[in-house]
Design a binder for this molecule. Structure first.
Ligand code: NAD
Length: 480
């Protein structure tokens, strides 16, 4: 049991100014595992003020980029030492299978921070460009964007926080971070690691709470930019507020990506790959290929193989390294997913496996891996993001129809193609309207931009593009 009574603001643990407390629960036992204070508006004000002071403090604003990188690497060292504890804490809170938590929430957090530490050293803060009219030079200056209000969801809480924190640090900006209420305990360990690593006071502040806390942070006049990962619904609200305030915003939102199986795809490899590409973290991953498009010529074969794969995945304790399907994050999420399964049945799709709660598990927010075949792309289970272990297999006639179906979606975040011919896969990848795509697998690359088109978001994280999002640009025209 970890009951926290303080908040991390201005480089130290302080008593909250509000009185509300939020409980943390285990997704697999449904038991309370700890608590933490909810940040009140006064706490958020204090955090933003600290972040503003840090922005111009000598120990943050006046250090070299090499010194900044060294600080980031020290932070990474401390986070590396705590990686197993952090992975277990994430697994316990949100039900993420520990094998995934170890690699994403443990190692991933560290690797990402080290990658941005290297970019911090190499980024050109002042670039001298010859003028196009040939009359002299212009200095293009990159300055930190300022105080960032960063908001993360619960599904990959630590690594998605680091998607923002790492480039924010590399740019010399500062951050007020709001974790999800379901996964706040791990953010406190990250704050403690920042303290131990000597990240200067006010550079990182953590304000726990729900949507109301997030809204206060987004609209705060002391926040210069908002970086949000979460649902499309919340993203639209945040986009509206930032639009009115003309505040820069990055939105990483939901998805309903297509997994296109081409006629030549080898069945065993494809289905093994799809387990990870469509059901990673019990389907609670934004870029999952949950709309599986299978050729009519081999439809029955693929439905059978996908059904066998889904029904054979080990369901159980997220802390067991063999578990592939853990519980969903909350009772509300479980009910939402079960509601979609009922809707799929009512819409006339064929349930080939799963469809309910596992019979042999008596506690925790579990839903069986579920597959529907004969799904129409216009049905709710094919159009809406379910965010659980539910796959829809949709038949198609030819490649042109497969691409049209893949593009017939409100979303455009991820997607995959499965084929014996990588070049053909690349041709298909080029024609799908999406922010990222995998050929015969889907593996994020820290060095390449990640984000969505259409209702999946605005802007990009990761890669040098993810760092560029935290700089303001100024052009200084040098007269003679
Ligand atoms: P959510 O939108 O309900 O909440 C996300 C975060 O935003 C939480 O911290 C929440 O407290 C806060 N929040 C909610 N409404 C807000 C508002 N109006 N103003 C400010 N803050 C607000 O999403 P969730 O259920 O926690 O996460 C799941 C969603 O996140 C899925 O839709 C998933 O696809 C998406 N997601 C996207 C990516 C990506 O990179 N594109 C990555 C992971 C998850």
């Amino acid at each position: 049991m970890t009951d926290h009574s303080e908040l991390f603001i201005d480089g130290t643990w302080v008593a909250p100014q509000g009185t509300e407390t939020i409980n943390a629960y285990s997704a697999s036992t449904e038991e309370r595992i700890g608590s933490f204070p909810e940040a009140s508006p006064a706490d958020i004000d204090a955090a933003v003020a600290a972040a503003r002071r840090a922005l111009t403090s000598p120990e943050w604003a006046e250090i070299t980029q090499a010194e900044r990188a060294a600080l980031m690497n020290r932070f990474a060292d401390v986070l590396e030492a705590g990686k197993d504890e952090r992975a277990r804490l994430v697994s316990t809170q949100n039900g993420m299978p520990i094998s995934i938590a170890s690699f994403a929430e443990g190692d991933g957090v560290v690797a990402l921070l080290r990658y941005y530490a290297s970019l911090a050293e190499s980024v050109e803060l002042e670039e001298i460009r010859p003028r196009v009219d040939g009359t002299g030079t212009t200095v293009v200056q990159r300055t930190p964007i300022g105080v960032v209000g960063a908001i993360a969801p619960w599904n990959y809480p630590a690594v998605l926080a680091m998607f923002k924190l790492a480039p924010i640090l590399a740019s010399g900006s500062t951050v007020v971070f709001k974790p999800s209420p379901e996964t706040t305990l791990d953010s406190f360990t990250m704050a403690q690691a920042a303290l131990e690593a000597g990240i200067p006071p006010g550079v990182i502040n953590v304000v726990p709470g729900g949507p109301e806390t997030g809204k206060h942070l987004v609209a705060h006049p002391g926040v210069d930019k908002v970086a949000f990962t979460g649902s499309t619904r919340a993203g639209r609200q945040i986009g509206r507020v930032c639009g009115e305030l003309l505040k820069p915003v990055t939105l990483e939102l939901g998805g309903k990506s297509a997994g296109i199986i081409l006629e030549d795809a080898p069945v065993a490899e494809t289905v093994t790959g799809l387990a990870t590409a469509s059901l990673l973290n019990t389907g609670q991953t934004c870029y999952m290929s949950t709309r599986i498009l299978a050729p009519k010529s081999r439809y029955d074969e693929f439905v059978e193989a996908i059904t066998a794969m889904a029904s054979s995945l080990p369901v159980g304790d997220p802390l067991d390294p063999n578990t592939f399907i853990g519980p969903l994050v909350s009772k509300a999420q479980k009910e939402r997913v079960l509601g979609y399964i009922e809707q799929g049945k009512a819409e006339g799709a064929t349930l080939t496996t799963g469809g309910g709660e596992p019979k042999d598990i008596d506690r925790g927010w579990y839903v069986e891996p579920t597959v529907f075949s004969n799904v129409d792309n216009s049905s709710a289970i094919a159009r809406e993001e379910i965010f659980g272990p539910v796959l829809s297999v949709i038949p198609y006639t030819d490649e042109a129809e497969a691409i049209a179906l893949a593009n017939d979606s409100e979303y455009g975040l991820g997607g995959t193609v499965w084929t014996a011919d990588q070049d053909r896969g690349l041709q298909v990848a080029r024609r799908v309207a999406t922010g990222s795509f995998g050929v015969n697998s889907y593996n994020l690359d820290w060095g390449a931009p990640f984000g969505g088109v259409k209702s999946s978001g605005l802007g990009r994280e990761l890669g040098p593009e993810g760092l560029a999002a935290y700089f303001s640009l100024k052009s200084i025209f040098l007269g003679s």
